[in-house]
Each structure stands twice: as structure tokens, then as C-alpha cells.
Design a protein around this ligand. Sequence first.
Ligand SMILES: [Zn+2]
Length: 259
Amino acid sequence: MSENAALGVCPECQKRVNCSVIAAHEKRWSEYDGEIMYSDMFQILECRGCETAFFCRIQSCSEDYHTFQVGPDEWVDEYINRETYWPSVPRFINNTVNIEHLSRKNQQLSALLEDTIRAANEDMPVFAAIGIRTCFDILSVDLGADTDDSFAEKLETLRKNGYIGGKQKGKLEVLIDAGSAAAHRGWKPSSAQLSTLLNLLTMLIHDTYCIDEEVKKIKSRIPKKGENTKTFGDFDEHLKTKNELLEKFESFPGLSRRE
Ligand SMILES: [Zn+2]
């Protein structure tokens, strides 16, 4: 991304978009002889889609990071940027599922997903966690699971029918257990935990209802073998037309070709 471009959550589009940086000011400092470093960045951004201008503050600290396991003995640290916006934006943003498209495929699921995200943004994490589990319930029945089956049986049906793999099944077990703990064991997920659960759910919904059509669209645009859309013949034709235009241009008095 170029220096005058950044990603930010547009308050009008309500999603993370490419923005132009209109102004930026960064403060950096450290403590304990540079052991702990801080950054406080203030930006005025303009959405490159709807052209709305907004303010974004990004705070970060060298001690503020998540650690992810990426292999049996391999770990990666990712620094956390704490973003604040004015006008304010929702904390949980669905960038994965096209709600309009989903509502044509499964209206009940689309309405509940919207309500679940709203509950998360209105600081009702217990309702949101229960909503996430219920979304999975609706989706599993749509994919052939029996309404009266247990969640474990529903997951196994999805795996057997090839909708999910073994690893994904393990992650969805956590999603279901989180919903059950919120409903029956008084568990209240943190903001980061809720974000992970929502990401898991929206990726599953996207894979189930949206990805096939996107793949079909790409497939229809890939030229078949032996069907090159561009040939050297086209390129020669393009050069011929360009040279004819340049010759006409030079025939006007006082004009010449720019090298
Ligand atoms: Zn926008």
C-alpha cells in the first residue's frame, strides 16, 4: 500500500476499506531504556469508495500482542493496533458474508446473523454467543442434519457429507461449547473471544452459501485451453492503430510527438 493510503473502517460504508490519508501525526516514546515502546497515531482518512472523511486514532505498545501457534513448535507474535474512530463505528464488522446474498439462500439464518452481530455491538456478549450457536444449528439442519440430533451428531453429519473437514470440526466444537457455556454455565465471552467465534461462524456461512457462486464466476472467466483471448495479431493491430493516430496528430501544425 502506498504511503498516502491506509485501511480504515468507514463510518458510512461500515466496513474496512481502502482510504486516502489526508493528514497524519504520530507520537512515539519508550520506557525502561527502550524496553517498552509506544506509538499513538492520529489520522484523517477519506474513504476511496464513498469519499466520506473521518478521524482514526491507532494506539499500539510493544507489550500488547497476540501469540498464534502456526506449527507444532512454531509461534508467531502479532502486535495489536487499538483503533478508535470518530464518527464511531461498530466494534464487530461483518466483512465476510454478503447479507443480501445470504438472505436469498436462507432468510432465517441471515436475519439471525444480523441480530447476533447487533447483540455483539450492543455489548450483549452472552446473547451473541447463544446466537452464534443457534446460527450453526440452523445451518446444520439446512445441510441435512436432523433437527432433533445433538450438536455432536449435527457436526458429524456435516463432516460425513463433506461440508467440513476434521480440523474445522474441532474448531466448531469450541464454537458450540462456547454457546452452551453462555446459555447454561454463566460464561461471558470477552470482546476478543467473541470476535474469534464470529469469525469462525461467518467463514463457515461464507463457505457454505457464497463461495460456490464466486468460484463459478471465476471459472466462467478463465479462457479454455487453446482459447487465448489476446494474440500477437491483436497486439499488432493495436500498434498499427496507435501509429496511425500519432501520424494524424503530427499532421496538425505546431504539434509534435512527445518522446
Ligand atoms: Zn465509505
